[in-house]
Design a protein around this ligand. Structure first.
Ligand code: HEC
Length: 145
């Protein structure tokens, strides 16, 4: 298993953030139309299910079933991330950076899947936050909102 000692700090919910009114400097980037469906149909529901298993598991779901489902969701994310990595440029100059972000996501999800394979709750939570961090890293550069 990949080893790593720092768990990323979970993002605070909106209302805990200090209210800072900043001028909007980011221009929305023009994104290929197929990105959004990947986000909405593949990434987002998979991450929600994984979080559910890790943080709100119901009594009737066994630990084994929960971890098996986490691995399945990781496969969904991996497949979608591979498609994302092969996409043409968002903005021509940013292509390598965009690919690097998609690659970063792939790496973190693989580690998450390994941790789930070992049914290691602590490690699975740890890599879950790394995956979340990868989502956020790409969004902060390419989402434009
Ligand atoms: C390599 C870059 C990249 C990575 C990694 C990435 N995203 Fe996105 N995401 C985008 C871009 C670009 C958009 C904006 C798409 C658009 O507006 O057409 C977006 C938009 C979204 C949206 C909003 C869709 C909407 O309806 O406006 C959600 C939700 C989302 N991503 C979830 C995720 C999750 C969850 C992950 C991690 C598992 C993730 N994303 C990882 C680039 C990325």
């Amino acid at each position: 298993m990949v080893s790593c000692k720092t768990t990323p700090t979970p993002k605070k919910k909106g209302r805990d953030k200090p209210l800072v009114i900043k001028p909007v400097v980011k221009k929305p980037v023009k994104t290929p139309a197929m990105i959004k469906p990947l986000m909405v149909k593949e990434f987002s529901p998979s991450m929600s299910r994984i979080a559910f298993h890790l943080f709100h598991r119901e009594e009737e779901t066994s630990k084994e079933d929960a971890f098996n489902d986490i691995r399945k969701r990781c496969d969904t994310i991996l497949k979608a991330a591979q498609r994302l990595e092969g996409l043409p440029a968002l903005k021509a100059n940013d292509t390598p950076l965009f690919r690097a972000e998609a690659k970063g996501l792939l790496r973190q999800v693989k580690a998450l899947k390994d941790a789930a394979f070992n049914q290691n709750q602590e490690q699975t939570v740890h890599w879950y936050w790394h995956v979340q961090e990868s989502c956020n890293n790409c969004h902060s550069q390419f989402r434009g909102y």
